[in-house]
Design a binder for this molecule. Structure first.
Ligand SMILES: [Zn+2]
Length: 422
């Protein structure tokens, strides 16, 4: 089989050259019911091991037993490098295991394979990647984690002048995370994620960003969440703080949902016609997104003078707020809308109006910022984040979530070899 052995070595030397090591015997074996390729590695004759402590070439001390290092599968066949690591005698560090060019620290995955798995994890769920390449969920996770660490250490934070702050619920109950996005026209990405949605969480973001960079922030988009408002006012008072459209309209949709649920119950209790049955989405969707049948149903329901209907009309009416150009007229509209809603005697809607009144100045910043940072940006990133969350499904830990979010939304730099095998 000399010919075959030569060919695999030739390929490896071509795609994965290791200067101080040589590829030796290649064996095709059956391992755990899988065809497996084992490729022996040995140090090049006369070369010294590199001390993992100081990175210097040092004389040998002894050798450890053989270990397998998983490499990128070739033609669907599992591949391992097999190598007995040397220990070196270092005058500075003592007896140390040598540093290997194909694997970091104590890892059993080669660096090339880890980048390969991490790259696939952008396109498939972690479980799918593990299945496709005969790996494990944990190996995929640690590969993605490695890629994220590498990228986070090298990310460029120049030019971050607009940020969006959002919260996400990621586990049943009330477990939230705070996410901060960069929302500049040319660069939209996840900058930071932290557990919970408290003032402390957001303070940690600003500490991470640093004073100098915080001073360069001109625009902050956020929800009306009190903890966020407080911290932004304290840490980025110089920036124009915009309450964004997406969040405000979400508050309104939630209010309508409440009104509808309550009213549905009331009607049922009174033995009246279940006109609201199945109507939830008609009221929440944009009218243009309704099917013909839904639009017709909605039109029927709108004939009744229901609280749900009145709430819906208030919300639809509020849409024109965003169309104003001048902050002056926008303010007049807002005041009128709030007065009308306060008189509606619909509690959930009144709550929304009271909230808008309280934050009137921040709301009007939207017009002062010339609508430059549309909520569509935060909304879009928010949807992507939810998708990333689903893909990482497996371990419900904050660490796994954090790694998944940075990996898919962080727009992180990668080494040039990362795509070579994918
Ligand atoms: Zn050393």
């Amino acid at each position: 089989m000399e010919g075959n052995r030569m060919r695999i070595k030739t390929i490896l030397n071509r795609i994965h050259n290791l200067q101080s090591f040589v590829y030796g015997d290649v064996r095709l074996i059956e391992r755990n019911g899988q065809p497996t390729l084992e490729i022996n590695l040995r140090p090049r004759r006369g070369s010294q091991g590199i001390c993992a402590g100081c990175g210097q070439k040092r004389p040998g001390y002894d050798r450890l037993s053989k270990r397998r290092f998983a490499f990128v599968p070739l033609w669907g066949i599992v591949v391992f490098f097999v190598y007995a690591r040397r220990r070196v005698h270092c005058p500075t560090c003592g007896v140390k295991v040598e540093q290997l060019p194909w694997a970091e620290g104590n890892h059993r995955l080669t660096t090339t394979y880890a980048w390969f798995l991490a790259d696939w994890a952008r396109r498939l769920s972690w479980t799918e990647v593990a299945d496709a390449f005969h790996s494990t969920w944990y190996h995929v996770f640690s590969s993605v984690k490695m890629a994220v660490q590498w990228g986070r250490e090298r990310m460029d934070l120049e030019g971050v002048t607009a940020i969006g702050i959002d919260e996400m619920q990621w586990a049943p109950g009330h477990t939230y995370v705070t996410v901060v996005y960069q929302i500049n026209e040319g660069c939209r990405r996840l900058l930071w994620v932290g557990p919970h949605r408290t003032a402390k969480t957001l303070l940690r973001f600003f500490r991470w960003l640093g004073k100098e960079r915080t001073r360069q922030i001109g625009f902050v988009c956020s929800d009306m969440w009190k903890a966020y408002l407080k911290v932004v006012a304290k840490k980025a008072a110089h920036a124009v703080h915009i309450l964004d459209r997406f969040h405000i309209m979400t508050h309104m949709s939630k209010a309508i949902d409440k009104v509808r649920a309550q009213e549905g119950k009331d009607l049922k209790a009174k033995g009246l016609e279940p006109v609201l049955k199945g109507s939830r989405w008609w009221f929440l969707k944009k009218p243009t997104n309704l099917t013909a049948r839904q639009a017709q149903k909605l039109a029927e329901v709108l004939r009744y003078n229901l609280r749900t209907v009145r709430s819906y009309l208030l919300k639809e009416d509020f849409q024109s707020f965003w169309e104003y150009v001048s902050p002056y007229w926008a303010r007049r509209f807002l005041d009128q809308w709030c007065t009308r809603t306060m008189r509606s005697r619909i509690e959930p809607m009144k709550k929304v109006a009271a909230m808008l009144r309280r934050h009137r100045e921040l709301l009007l910043n939207w017009f002062r910022a010339k609508k430059e940072f549309s909520s569509g940006v935060v909304e879009g990133l928010n949807n992507k984040a939810k998708l990333a969350m689903k893909r990482a499904y497996g371990f419900r830990t904050f660490e796994a979530l954090e790694v998944a979010l940075y990996h898919t939304l962080g727009n992180l730099p990668q080494p040039s070899f990362a795509h070579r095998f994918s």
